[in-house]
Design a protein around this ligand. Structure first.
Ligand code: ATP
Ligand code: MG
Length: 225
């Protein structure tokens, strides 16, 4: 063990886990319990952004889903849980991704307004307007198909875009498909299966290995149950 490096690492004995509110927080709670960690507040009702746990050395910070990789990459959090969608968009730089936790499962899909002849538009080599929050994923998907696209970056409610003529196509996450159906949209292409992964800061993995390893092992065991 490199004790000099350990001694110099700020807050060495503390572990910070970055989570987002909603399904990732809820679906990570049982994994934390398996590691003997109980979170003492609920982010849905508390305004606190740093949540203590029963382990005085472990705290949970609550950040936007798409900000989790950034906090972990910069070492502001030692580890976190993020969707594969978010990790692809982020690029994964500085992150070790040891475990697919199999939580927050959904799929990344292409959808259009019912009645829009996507196959024909593609066949004719038309330039498609694609509205999405996931510009990297969309760019790669259409480039691989040889389809020319104009990407329109949105931050939410992608389903609206084709309904008001902002785009021909959307690229979005789908789980049950009920939001698409409610808005008269149809899923026409499946891009990728999505689930959430554990991400660990690369320096923390080396310098805090003794503290992190048992938690990572408990997460891995519990996520396979
Ligand atoms: P924000 O609300 O901060 O803009 P977000 O809307 O992407 O972010 P959530 O909706 O909480 O955040 O989704 C967080 C993660 O959960 C996503 O990155 C994705 O991996 C996963 N997810 C999103 N939608 C679904 C869904 N319908 N079913 C299952 N998992 C989903
Ligand atoms: Mg959301």
């Amino acid at each position: 063990m490199n004790t000099a490096a350990n001694a110099n690492y700020p807050g060495n004995s503390q572990l910070i886990l970055a989570l987002s509110k909603g399904r990732i927080f809820e679906e990570t709670l049982p994994l934390l319990e398996a590691a003997g960690i109980t979170v003492f507040e609920n982010p849905e009702t508390s305004r606190k952004l740093i949540l203590p746990t029963n382990d005085p050395q472990v705290s949970v910070i609550i950040v936007r889903a798409s900000d989790v990789p950034t906090y972990v990459q910069h070492g502001a959090a030692d580890f976190g849980v993020a969707g594969k969608d978010v990790l692809i968009e982020h690029g994964g730089e500085g992150l070790y991704q040891p475990i697919d936790l199999g939580i927050a499962k959904c799929r990344m899909s292409v959808a259009v307004r019912a009645g829009f002849d996507y196959a024909n538009a593609v066949r004719q080599g038309a330039r498609l307007r694609v509205a999405t929050k996931y510009v990297q994923i969309a760019r790669e998907h259409f480039a691989a198909k040889g389809v020319h696209v104009d990407l329109i970056k949105l931050y939410g409610s992608m389903e609206l875009a084709p309904l008001v003529g902002l785009s021909d196509v959307i690229v979005d996450l789908v789980s049950t498909g009920s939001t698409l159906r409610a808005n008269n949209l149809v899923e026409i292409e499946h891009i990728a299966e999505i689930s959430s992964r554990l991400v660990v800061n690369q320096a923390a993995l080396k310098l805090k290995r003794e503290r992190l390893q048992p938690i990572l092992e408990a997460f891995e065991r519990a996520s396979k149950l």
